[in-house]
Design a protein around this ligand. Structure first.
Ligand code: NDP
Length: 265
């Protein structure tokens, strides 16, 4: 029986086991996928277990996507560029660290039919998920990327990883085609971003990386102003899809039933 894990801290909220075990069963694969709460001190031990083939694959979530890097033998170009690893596996005795959040974001945006090509993007936040979103947007040839974060120096840090990012003060809203909420504001139903969107206009895309709740106040406001809205559900599903494809060499189905699995509003 092959063994897969999602590791992080906290980890109880993770819906990855639900999704992966559903696909494992659907594809008649002899495997089990579990969640495990892991502190920083135990990351090396997990990697040793992968090396010994006791664990065949690991997904990494908050707060370890960067912490795990020193223990990994080889990073994919995507993981290297973003300094963020969310999917690990063994290949020819080497532990490989990859980042499927990038493909997850790209595929989710393609599904909205709101392409990033030549678009002005405004990102709120500068936390762990943002390098993956920037990498993805650059790959899709967005025309410009503007970042605003409450703690400005964290946004400025991103300029070390990526060229041509514009950083603006928290509170300012520039002209944009797509706005992405990549902060954690919205995880609680009553959370509200302290920005005034009333003058942004309509026919833009409001994208929230949060998928639970399915409609944050940010998305509610975007919709009320006449904009297209999208939550992070498809991003989550597609990052899992890419990890599954890598590990099992099978493309899992994404159907209404799959999406309902992770709807717990
Ligand atoms: P981090 O903890 O690394 O970053 C949190 C971000 O939120 C920081 O930019 C922080 O700003 C900002 N923030 C938090 N509270 C406030 C506040 N009160 N006012 C202003 N800014 C605030 O988280 P991640 O980057 O890992 O994740 C961000 C979100 O993305 C989470 O909601 C997570 O659930 C979601 N996510 C979704 C994924 C998907 O597949 N759909 C994948 C990964 C993440 P500051 O620096 O000032 O603290």
């Amino acid at each position: 029986m092959k063994k897969y894990l999602v590791i992080g801290n906290p980890i109880d909220h993770s819906l990855s086991p639900l999704l992966h075990n559903f696909w494992i069963k659907e594809n008649n694969i002899k495997a089990i996928y579990k969640r495990k709460k892991i502190d920083k001190e135990n990351l090396e031990d997990i990697i040793l277990q992968i090396k010994k083939n006791q664990i065949q694959g690991v997904n990494v979530t908050v707060p370890h996507k960067k912490n795990i890097i020193p223990f990994i033998d080889q990073l994919s170009p995507e993981a290297e560029a973003t300094q963020s690893v969310n999917t690990i596996y063994l290949n020819e005795n080497k532990v490989i660290g990859h980042n499927t959040d990038i493909a997850g974001f790209e595929l989710s945006l393609k599904k909205t039919k709101y392409y990033a090509y030549d678009k002005k993007i405004f990102i709120l936040g500068a936390g762990g998920v943002v390098p993956s979103i920037i990498f993805s947007l650059k790959k899709m040839n967005a025309s410009s990327i503007i970042i605003s974060n409450r703690t400005k120096h964290k946004a400025l840090e991103l300029q070390k990883l990526f060229k041509n990012l514009e950083i603006i003060d928290w509170g300012k809203i520039p002209e944009f085609d797509i706005i992405i909420n990549a902060t954690s504001i919205g995880l609680r139903k009553n959370d509200r971003i302290d920005l005034d969107f009333s003058k942004v206009g309509s026919n833009k895309l409001f994208y929230d990386v949060i998928y639970n709740p399915g409609e944050t106040n940010f998305l509610k406001e975007g919709k009320k102003l006449g904009n297209q809205v999208e939550n992070g559900k498809l991003m989550f599903v597609y990052q899992a899809y890419e990890a599954f494809r890598l590990w099992h060499k099978v493309k899992p189905n994404i159907t209404k039933e799959t999406l309902e699995l992770i709807e717990n509003d």
